[in-house]
Write a protein that binds this ligand. Structure first.
Ligand code: SF4
Length: 488
């Protein structure tokens, strides 16, 4: 997330103008968005989501205790624990492990936190080859693109583009046949996996009671990336932890349902440390890097703590009307969609990512689909409040004072009925030159121009609802002439 000023608007426009992206996003939301809502409605255990939310929030309250227990249990089994306060700390530690083991090639499992801290460029600057092994991540790595979905990173590409990419990068004949493309990737990746010196992954969940981490996948790459190389480094956001195995079981079930509508993913890897005499499979060294990088600030603020309950299933992307049009690149962060619009500003600067929370609609669909019922709309509104009025706690300055005063004035007007009605009458008169033949306003001026950049605006009605009501039900009102065709 070392991005410069938000490129949200430009990327959003590009996404809107791409028929290919629009088709992909439509298919994604039609299948996974609708599917998840049906799944929650028909699930036998209707209390599971509430239970998991409760346990996620409870664990956040005792985070220090369960992280200490996790560290103790991992260490007891021969693993190494490192608490990284910043992204740079996590990079430094990983580089140190790589240097000590003379690592030349790293194979990765899909990990958003590795992108958040920026580990790939740091490894590459040391002359270390970094290879993504998740198929979608491998495709975007070959293409030189950032991922555009938490679970489906190459959703912005179709099979023809992937066929052309593989022909160019892997030297195979062009094909757009998915099994043939998968086989080509498999062959290329198998060679990398067999000769890698280090595996680098994220962590879906850690369990403090047992001292293991778990990773879910449908491709089998995680098993190979974590057990074949002699060293495994796992990067973990400090909130990705449960206290007990029972909580782990339910949380993983919700994660895979939310992510891919599966009761359980094809592989769930439980990783508890390096190999030993009793358990000879696995790496010789295991390192768990537990990363803060701004999460403590979120934890300390009751207004936003809830966002740390997120299990990164990606379901909120699959229903969001904004993500569903603009795609993931506009968010300029490994975390896109509604969750990205909340967590990216909190981790990387509210002013820097101001467009993200302002771009969402607050329709509430993300909360409805979220397996742990996180109230993202409430937090989006809270972020907008920080931008409107500034916040010392979040080191946020007022984003746009003209806008803030305009809406304060608007708030005043709409609570004064008689003033509002008078202004409606004045507005109706002055809007006349702007209303075109199709009875719509095509272009607004000044700070209001954004409203009509992408769509026409209906003018103020010749007879508003309030006026019709008054006319129909008020005893004192005198009958008005009917609305003429021209007025309509
Ligand atoms: S906010 Fe909810 S739906 Fe979105 S990624 Fe997190 S857990 Fe999944």
């Amino acid at each position: 997330m070392n991005s410069p000023k938000s490129a949200y608007r430009e990327e959003a426009k590009k996404g809107l103008a791409s028929p290919r992206l629009q088709a992909s996003l439509h298919n994604l939301q039609d299948r996974f968005g609708k599917g998840a809502m049906e799944l929650w409605a028909t699930m036998d255990d209707q209390d599971m989501r509430k239970r998991v939310k409760k346990s996620r929030m409870k664990n956040l309250e005792h985070l220090d205790i369960i992280l200490a227990e996790l560290a103790e249990n991992v260490t007891a089994r021969g693993g190494n624990i490192y608490f990284a306060e910043t992204a740079q700390d996590a990079i430094n530690y990983t580089l140190e492990v790589a240097r000590k083991n003379q690592v030349k090639r790293v194979v990765k499992g899909k990990s958003m936190i590795s992108m958040e801290v920026g580990i790939d460029p740091a490894l590459e600057a040391e002359g270390i080859e970094v290879v993504e092994t998740d198929l979608g991540e491998y495709i975007v790595q070959l293409a030189g693109d950032p991922p555009s979905h938490i679970i489906a990173p190459c959703i912005h590409m179709d099979r023809n583009q992937i066929g052309e990419l593989f022909a160019e990068k892997l030297g195979i004949d062009f094909t757009n046949d998915p099994p043939a493309l998968t086989l080509a990737a498999r062959k290329a990746l198998r060679e990398k996996l067999l000769s890698a010196d280090m595996g680098l992954t994220g962590c879906n969940l850690a369990c403090s009671e047992t001292g293991h981490i778990s990773l879910v996948s449908n491709e089998g790459n995680i098993r190979m990336a974590t057990t074949m190389p002699p060293v495994h480094v796992a990067l973990m956001g400090m909130e990705r932890i449960v206290a007990t195995l029972e909580e782990h079981r339910e949380t993983i079930q919700l994660l895979t349902r939310g992510a891919t509508l599966q009761k359980l993913s094809t592989y769930v890897s439980f990783l508890g440390g390096p190999s030993s005499d009793d358990d000879p499979d696995g790496p010789k060294e295991f390192h768990l890097v537990i990363i803060d990088n701004g999460r403590s600030n979120i934890l300390a603020d009751p207004e936003f703590r809830e966002v740390l309950a997120c299990i990164r299933c990606g379901a909120c992307l699959n229903i969001c009307p904004v993500y569903g049009r603009i795609g993931g690149h506009a968010y300029n962060s490994p975390y896109c969609g509604p969750i990205g619009a909340v967590v990216t500003p909190l981790l990387d600067g509210i002013n820097k990512h101001a467009d993200l929370c302002k771009g969402e609609t607050l329709c509430g669909a993300c909360k409805d689909i979220c397996p742990v019922e996180i109230d993202l709309p409430r937090m989006l509104a809270a972020l907008r409040h920080k931008l409107a009025y500034g916040s010392d706690r979040w080191n946020t300055r007022q984003h746009n004072s003209v806008e803030a005063y305009t809406f304060s004035l608007w708030g005043f007007i709409v609570t004064k009925s008689s003033l509002y009605q008078k202004l409606i009458k004045i507005g109706r008169f002055f809007q006349r030159p702007f209303v075109k033949k199709n009875k719509m306003i095509r272009k607004m001026a000044g700070i209001a121009s954004g409203w009509t950049d992408e769509r026409d605006l209906p003018p103020i009605a010749q007879r508003t609802f309030a006026e019709l009501w008054e006319e129909k039900y008020s005893k004192n009102s005198s009958p008005q002439p009917p609305v003429t065709e021209e007025e309509k």
